[in-house]
Design a protein around this ligand. Sequence first.
Ligand code: ADP
Ligand code: MG
Length: 147
Amino acid sequence: MIEPLVFRSSSSEETENIGKTIASFLHPKDIVFLSGDLGAGKTTLMKGVSSEWTGTNPAEITSPTFTYLHIYGEEKKVYHFDLYRLSSPSDFFSMGFHEFLSSNGICCIEWPDRLPENFPYAKVCIDISYDELDKRLITLRRMDALI
Ligand code: ADP
Ligand code: MG
């Protein structure tokens, strides 16, 4: 297993910037799992990832909690899923995942534990944890051999 990258953040601005750094480690067609409690900072991190990857203004990057999916960018796209409210795991595939597969984008999934069992794709796993105030520990693991 490849050594994880660990980042420490003390503010949402720092987390957004860490997202920008993480975007520079990603490759087209990467699938990224984002884990962590509600309010951990997954969507904040995605502001950085999506703005860096697509050139979208961070102010336009919002949580797809109620729509499951936001897509950003033209040439280089981000498919940002939030599966918190997904009731039937198999719905995921018809929700835009197939479109992602035929694109050159990256796919980032909040609440990946809601995915169908044995989801078969290689992935980058990011975990955000916190125990005090605004401090966050962000751990990134690549599960394939690209880095
Ligand atoms: P999630 O998507 O994991 O539910 P959000 O990114 O939507 O979380 O929300 C994170 C909340 O925590 C925001 O209100 C943000 O301002 C706050 N926050 C405080 N400190 C941090 C930090 N270091 N990193 C990220 N968010 C932080
Ligand atoms: Mg979120």
